[in-house]
Design a protein. Structure first.
Ligand code: OAD
Length: 238
């Protein structure tokens, strides 16, 4: 059992499952995103080079969709935990694989997007990232350099995730690692639980069902994120 009063430094990894009940498809469920689009058709640099219109249209659609949905009780619970712990000077970091902005809209502040963000554009000419809410299919100019060379600021398969040194430093310092709504199918995130265990952290999984790496967790609670996450946060906050 994880003793809540001993916990001082939490690292939380989130995945598509935390946003599912807000109406965003997960990646690997039946009827999920990849059912309609093969990964290699939309989420690799090769796909972008081969068929930029398909890839830009796909991400334009996703960008529009995330602006129509709202954070759910799980996002709000984590934001509350972040705020309370911050006010007490305790460490916490949310690492999300999600490219939506629902954690920040719920109010979370200590947050890293390791797979990029839908609401940002990356200019392939000047390499500057800009906030972006509109479409890219019409090849708009980069707001910084004017080049018509924008791409979604999303990490594709074969590309390096963002913030890795900061993430590994946080995992090294964690005494509790919590994984929420992720299938444990995509590395390096799928390996964080082992890294956390390796340096002595307790590990907890909150997911709809056991993930691929479920045997690495000391404790697990299975159910919809909007139920299990608020329940767990309530326990932590006492
Ligand atoms: P997946 O779609 O692989 O996994 C989602 C997980 O959430 C599954 O284990 C589901 O059982 C669980 N789940 C579904 N609904 C849930 C709910 N209501 N409450 C709690 N859990 C629920 O998504 P990720 O693990 O996030 O990468 O995928 C990881 C990465 O693969 C993504 O970031 C993306 C993708 O390729 C990139 O785009 C680079």
């Amino acid at each position: 059992m994880i003793r809540v009063k001993d916990v001082k430094n939490i690292v939380i990894l989130t995945g598509a499952g935390i946003s599912a009940e807000s109406g965003i498809d997960t990646f690997r469920s039946e009827g999920g995103l990849w059912e309609q689009h093969r990964i290699e058709d939309v989420a690799t640099p090769e796909a972008f080079a081969r068929n930029p219109d398909l890839v830009l249209r796909f991400y334009d659609m996703r960008r529009e969709r995330i602006q129509q949905v709202i954070p759910n009780a799980a996002h709000f619970a984590l934001a509350e935990l972040d705020a309370r712990w911050r006010s007490e000077g305790r460490h916490l970091l949310i690492i999300t694989q999600n490219v939506d902005d629902l954690h920040e809209r719920a109010g979370a502040q200590r947050l890293l997007h390791m797979h990029g963000e839908h609401l940002k554009a990356l200019c392939q000419a000047c390499e500057v990232r800009s906030d972006w809410r509109g479409t890219m299919i019409d090849r708009p100019p980069c707001p910084v350099c004017g080049a018509r060379a924008l791409r979604p600021d999303v990490v594709w398969f074969g590309e390096m995730p963002y913030h890795m040194p900061e993430i590994y430093a946080a995992i090294r310092a964690a005494d509790l690692f919590v994984s929420i709504g992720t299938s444990g199918a995509v590395y390096p995130a799928a390996g964080f639980v082992r890294d956390a265990r390796g340096q002595g952290a307790k590990t907890l999984e909150l997911n709809l069902e056991p993930s691929q790496g479920s045997h690495w967790f000391d404790d697990a609670r299975y159910g919809p994120a909007t139920e299990v996450v608020p329940e767990w946060v309530e326990e932590i906050l006492g």
